[in-house]
Design a protein around this ligand. Structure first.
Ligand SMILES: NC(=O)c1ccc[n+]([C@@H]2O[C@H](COP(=O)([O-])OP(=O)(O)OC[C@H]3O[C@@H](n4cnc5c(N)ncnc54)[C@H](OP(=O)(O)O)[C@@H]3O)[C@@H](O)[C@H]2O)c1
Length: 265
């Protein structure tokens, strides 16, 4: 597996990251745990998660499945699983085995995923509480990155938010601070906030943005490669010094993605 340097972290990280958005929702706890274990065995050492992922279950499942493995985790603050999720979760866990057997039913349960997240009003207090809970669920003392999750222009320009993120970094709870959202949000944040030096955005959002960002010491992460109909190889070539995320729960997908990430660029 090709690895890249991540300044502020004690070891190099895999150029392929494992995306955990479906861990605990589309993918059950048992299947997700097995997939994380396969990813670790294949050499993946970058995991992308958020408090809202997997109907709010992804961080805890990931923390358990990693079993103390020395990996880099990016988690986020800004979105959480909606409290309306209880009923959806119950229906989904009953429906999951049926849908697996009859793939045509997938379109029927898909609408249950929409509206499953709620926005967190960002303040010093909500940022502090969110990272503390994330670390507890992930069973780690610090993460590689704490990123603002799909922030608004107001969030990224707020002095209170900036100071709270500085505190997270100063206390050693996250090695670096990032924006995981639209590329424009990163540009706005960076015009006022020099402390944000990790940018995560959709692969289709402009690969030409990556070299100038890297030249300024900004670490770049691309996601939603397959949703965007691209190839992992092309995305890796466009982001040679950063990480490309892929949802790789199916063993065949993991194999193909690891193979693509093991080729020299
Ligand atoms: N705001 C943000 O920061 C943000 C936004 C979106 C996504 N993300 C992160 O990026 C991760 C990935 O994004 P995503 O889930 O939108 O999209 P993705 O990686 O493009 O995956 C979409 C689908 O493609 C499948 N797939 C994986 N490898 C494949 C291959 N080699 N050939 C064909 N299909 C393949 C996956 O299946 P299986 O998983 O079933 O194997 C999944 O169902 C998320 O899990 C999340 O961690 C972050």
């Amino acid at each position: 597996m090709r690895t890249v340097e991540f300044a502020g972290w004690p070891h190099r990280v895999s150029a392929l990251g494992f995306g955990c958005a479906s861990l605990g929702s589309r993918v059950s706890r048992a299947a997700g745990t097995a997939a994380v274990e396969r990813a670790l065995a294949a050499g993946i050492s970058w995991f992308d998660v958020a408090p809202s992922y997997g109907d709010g279950e992804a961080e805890a499942i990931l923390g358990e499945a990693l079993g103390g493995a020395k990996v880099a985790i990016l988690t986020k603050v800004g979105l959480q699983a909606s409290s309306r999720n209880g009923f959806t979760k119950a229906v989904r866990s009953i429906a999951r085995p049926v849908v697996a057997a009859v793939p045509g039913l997938r379109s029927l349960i898909k609408p249950m995923r929409t509206g499953a997240v709620a926005r967190v009003r960002l303040s010093a207090e909500t940022i502090r509480t969110s990272i503390a809970r994330s670390l507890e669920r992930l069973k780690v003392e610090r993460v590689a990155v704490l990123a603002l999750h799909d922030p608004s222009a107001e969030d990224v320009q707020s002095d209170e938010v900036r100071r709270a993120l500085d505190d997270v970094k100063r206390q050693g709870l996250a090695a670096r601070i990032g924006i995981a959202g639209a590329f424009d949000a990163f540009v706005t944040a960076n015009s006022t906030n020099a402390g944000i030096d990790v940018a995560q955005f959709a692969a289709a959002d402009g690969p030409e943005q990556i070299p100038p960002l890297n030249a300024r010491g900004i670490f770049t992460i691309a996601h939603s490669v397959f949703q965007g109909g691209m190839t992992l190889r092309d995305c890796m070539a466009a982001n040679p010094a950063g990480v490309v995320l892929a949802s790789s729960f199916k063993p065949d997908h993991l194999r193909a993605n690891v193979a693509a990430a093991s080729e020299p660029i």
